[in-house]
Write a protein that binds this ligand. Structure first.
Ligand SMILES: [Zn+2]
Length: 245
């Protein structure tokens, strides 16, 4: 007799655990920063092996739901769900040579000027103050490359927040994370890649409240910075090719 049904793969035990833990996080039963029960307690409660729990926790960590900390006070902690792992995904694609900097810049060119334009519509004294402080900090002599990159990216993050669209903000964060990792990997001098003062014009345009001016200023900044990034990618790929010889 011909088979009428397709066999169903037995769902892995850890998948059931993953789904339930994910559900409780999403429903708010476990809040950001809170520690999950120990492996042993979870194994008892789920009535599965500690192996299955460990597997589930690893998967939850990879998908950004929890982070594991070592030490006496360690364990699995619920992360504040952000778009961080989107940034990691972008980075993996770049490292695998599946997305290039010119492609990323095209996207930045579509998004960042729009973000600056939207930011002019949400201008308020607190935002102005934050932008001014960010500008002051980024123009201080940098101590390390990482600090310098963070200070300069902060300006972009504040504008992204001001856009009032969390999805746009998430995309900006992911794209900038990739940019940050590239800058750190290539390790160029901070004054070369993003000299101090590059944001002044953008800030002035945003403060003026003129959406088109803000759009143009950010577009110019993205183009100017983009040229340097393209140079950097070349250096990076050459370095990588040399290392793999
Ligand atoms: Zn910038």
């Amino acid at each position: 007799m011909a088979t009428r049904f397709n066999p169903i793969k037995q769902a892995r035990v850890s998948e059931g655990v993953i789904n339930q833990i994910k559900q409780s996080i999403l429903l708010g039963h476990f809040k950001a920063g809170e520690k999950l029960p120990s492996e042993r307690d979870l194994a008892e409660e789920f009535r599965v092996s500690r192996m299955a729990i460990r597997e589930a926790l690893r998967a939850l960590e990879l998908s950004g739901f929890i982070e594991t900390r070592q030490g006496i006070n360690g364990g699995a902690f619920v992360t504040d769900l952000t778009f961080e792992h989107l940034g990691d995904a972008f980075l993996d694609l770049f490292l695998a040579d599946k997305v290039s900097i010119p492609e990323m810049l095209q996207v930045r060119l579509l998004i960042e000027p729009e973000v600056a334009r939207l930011a002019t519509q949400n201008i308020n004294p607190v935002a102005v103050q934050r932008l001014k402080e960010a500008l002051e900090i980024e123009e201080l002599p940098p101590t390390t490359l990482l600090k310098d990159v963070e200070a300069k990216q902060n300006f972009h993050f504040i504008l992204a927040e001001m856009s009032g669209n969390r999805f746009l903000e998430a995309i900006v964060r992911s794209l900038l994370k990739l940019t940050r990792n590239l800058v750190l990997a290539v390790d160029v001098g901070p004054r070369f890649i993003h000299p101090a003062g590059m944001h002044r014009k953008v800030a002035e345009a945003v403060f003026s409240g003129n959406p088109e001016e803000a759009y143009e200023a950010m577009k110019n900044h993205t183009l100017e910075f983009g040229e340097k990034l393209i140079e950097m990618e070349k250096t990076y790929r050459q370095k990588k090719a040399l290392l793999s010889l």
